[in-house]
Design a protein around this ligand. Sequence first.
Ligand code: HEC
Length: 434
Amino acid sequence: MRLWLLCFLTAACGSNVTAQNTPSDAGVDAPARPRLETTDLPCEVDAILGRACHSCHGNVPTFGAPMPLDRRADLLAPAPSDPGKKVWQTVKDRVHLAPDAPGRMPQKPNLPLTDSERAVLDRYFEAGLPSATCSSSGADPKPPTVSCKPDVSVRPSSPWTMPKATRDEYVCYGFEYKPDLKRHITGLLPKIQNPKIVHHILLMQADGPVPSKPYQCDDFAIARYRMLYAWAPGVGGYELPEQAGLPSDPGGTHYVVQTHYNNTLSLDGQTDDSGFDLCTTDKLRPNDADILAFGSAKFAIPEKARHDITARWVVPSGFGDLYAFGAFPHMHKLGTYISTSVHPKGAGTAIDLGTDPRFDFSSQFFAPLPNVKLSPGDVVETRCVWENPTDRAVTWGENTDDEMCFSFTLYYPKVVTKPWSWGSPAFLSTTEVN
Ligand code: HEC
């Protein structure tokens, strides 16, 4: 169990950094992968590995990948997880896993290989990995982009230094954004400075200031903050629907960035100050956007059991129509399935509001939604399933040993009816055991 690092609001803890108005260009934006002039793999094999694998398994592995995959010798080397096997054997295993299976390569949210790509690799392995010459080495990975022009850089007050001996670390820092006049955030662009150690990065919003110097936090920090956006390799930048912007007013918005570092190769002296660039505008959009959570806090997962619940929340009659445009389904480590959908009042088929059929705590993702309309009387259903192998019952809570069933959802227009908090739909839902 990870230690909780509590932030007491002392001078060291309070953040006093203000927004820089120009994004820093100091960081390396694209994963630094020196491209080989020639490779001894056949071109058709190299093209697949280049397109689907090199963004992590390049000449210099990035984002936690344990080995490169751009020469024949890389495939013939002992597998990092099992030296009794060769890398090509684990490659064959991993690319044939079901799309939602944990460990499938390329990893979620990247799409699986196509059948014909798998067939090319299988034929090459069956032929005994003959040596070849190919002059081009796959496609270069593209850094995420947005069409808007970022004008605010969310960065820590100093870089984080990753200890050589640590494989896995969750690190948080806060960032205060205080524009002179109200502005709308319209786009989010992840800025990955050191891809050798960054595994994924989250942008969250807090109720109060969080220290601006990176500190070791726990992987459950999300439970205390509201999820805004999650980036993992393969995910692009994000732009809000043109009808809405996330409001930032002179009172200030407290952002928290959580980075998951993965130093699989035990590299020494690696530092990082990854963050997000924001596109903001003073030409306010018609609606303020906000975050809420669907789901439930009323459940008890019995010991040594599977537990399956459905939570229902009816959109109150006092509300106008709401539009959902992004979801981040979230559970803790016993979670195996989470889905949210809206059942329109009267007839109509249910519309998906984010489903993760093989929930995996270590690869959670943000799902953009196509502005799904929620009208008064519509029922939002969240189903959560857990497998509890432990010999104690587990209930809702923010600690490592507790569980969650929340689907953080970005929506507009922001609800201003009182009493209301971001968690109201989840806390006011009725929960039924299936
Ligand atoms: C987005 C980043 C990313 C992409 C793209 C990616 N991988 Fe991985 N890969 C990882 C990470 C991180 C690990 C370590 C965690 C794990 O084992 O699942 C890994 C582990 C592996 C392993 C396990 C090696 C061992 O023996 O432990 C294999 C095999 C593998 N990847 C093959 C591939 C292949 C083949 C592709 C392309 C078809 C691919 N990966 C694409 C990130 C990626």
